[in-house]
Design a protein around this ligand. Structure first.
Ligand SMILES: [Zn+2]
Length: 399
């Protein structure tokens, strides 16, 4: 059996006024996702256990089949794993955004999706001027970097995800509690250091937002996940442009497939993701997980049209081609579409609500649902209150 899991990040949503009371998934045309829903089983999964913030770190951990209550220590340790950063016992990893603040207001958590090349230069400057033996910076993809800080106290610092405070004054959202003074000092120093950096001068001259501040959040100590192959008996691989998903993959023993041209954004190489996944399934992997970030990014921008476009791109360039190929090969195969959390386009952020899923197994059971969107699935009776159990159900294995 070939297993494929497709995660269009944050694809779930709420009905929005901008779409006449419908959700982006309801308005978008996605015949291939609908076919999976129509011929398979649909339902809801609570990927965010109560008490957890609805982030991709928590939601994706559930989707990968791991209970966040047992395994989640923070978001940054997962991203650090993706970069091959080994955390020692006393280390606390923070997510470090290079972002845009103007007149004390959080303008853009991504600094206009600064390129990896540009932000790497900024992090290099930060390492030269602000790092110490206890504080080390590691450049990541686009605006997403890692700070490794030594000291237990940092795991207790209260931090705020920057994408949750867009267009709001940052003053009351700066780090607080244990370790916060040092972090706030670093953030302040980063403003001074970055404002005149040549990368930012060029960006501003080109009409782009500068990455003029570092912002720390999502921290945690090292975590480990039991190997997926040991738990489920399957050799697995994963495709994602973002460190958080690759990090969960690394920790769970997935092979991380490198696909050229994947960006975590609207210009990503959707087709390449499908091609590489199919190739891996023909080369000895039992399961491939494809994660797509663009659907979530559109939600954060509050742009329903872009989200619809991203959903349609995923359907046309990933779901369609893989379905066609797997069917042509004659099977057997099983495919699951699910996301990590809904992203509300109206609120521009994640919400802690159950996510819709659809799964199809050749010759497997089917329900009455004929389309893949929230209202079509509303009455589906399959519900996973523990979202991490969906993986076992999909693989028809119990742990
Ligand atoms: Zn998001």
């Amino acid at each position: 059996m070939k297993y494929l899991v497709i995660i269009p990040d944050g694809i779930g949503d709420r009905p929005t006024e901008a779409l006449g009371g419908k959700t982006p998934l309801e308005v978008a045309r996605h015949p291939h996702m609908d076919a999976i829903a129509q011929q398979g089983i649909t339902g809801w999964a609570h990927t965010i256990p109560s008490g957890f913030a609805p982030g991709s770190d928590v939601g994706c951990m559930s989707v990968f089949g791991y209970d966040p209550r047992k395994h989640h220590t923070g978001r940054a340790p997962l991203e650090a794993a993706a970069q091959g950063i080994i955390l020692k016992d006393a280390d606390v990893a923070f997510r470090c955004n290079t972002l845009t603040v103007s007149d004390g207001v959080m303008i853009d958590h991504s600094a206009d999706h600064i390129t990896t090349e540009e932000s790497s230069q900024l992090i290099q400057a930060v390492n030269e001027k602000l790092a110490s033996k206890e504080m080390r910076f590691y450049p990541g993809v686009s605006y997403r970097h890692i700070l490794v800080a030594q000291g237990e106290a940092f795991s207790q610092t209260r931090c705020t995800p920057p994408h949750d405070i867009l267009d709001r004054p940052i003053a009351s959202f700066l780090p607080s509690g244990p370790g916060s003074e040092l972090l706030k000092k670093l953030m302040q120093e980063s403003v001074e250091l970055l404002k005149d950096h040549s990368v930012n001068k060029k960006r501003m001259a080109a009409g782009k937002r500068p990455a003029n501040m570092l912002w720390f959040w999502g921290q945690g100590k090292a975590t480990n996940l039991p190997p997926f192959q040991k738990t489920y008996g399957l050799k697995a691989a994963c495709i994602s442009a973002v460190d958080i998903v690759r990090g969960i993959g690394v920790l769970a023993g997935f092979q991380i497939l490198k696909v050229p041209g994947i960006t975590g954004y609207f210009d990503t190489n959707y087709k390449g993701k499908a091609e590489y996944a199919l190739k891996a399934l023909n080369e000895g992997f039992d399961l491939v997980l494809i994660h797509v970030e663009s659907t979530d990014e559109a939600g954060h921008m509050g742009d329903a049209k872009k989200k619809i476009q991203a959903i349609e791109d995923v359907d046309r360039l990933i779901v369609g081609p893989v379905l066609q190929q797997l069917q042509q090969e004659g099977g057997p195969f099983s495919i699951l579409i699910v996301c990590d959390h809904p992203t509300s386009t109206a609120l521009k952020t994640h919400i802690a609500k159950p996510v819709p899923f659809a799964l199809y197994t050749q010759g497997g059971p089917r329900d009455e649902v004929a389309a893949f969107h929230e209202s079509a699935i509303a009455n589906s009776t399959v519900q996973f209150t523990e979202g991490f159990e969906l993986m076992g159900y999909f693989l028809q294995r119990t742990r």
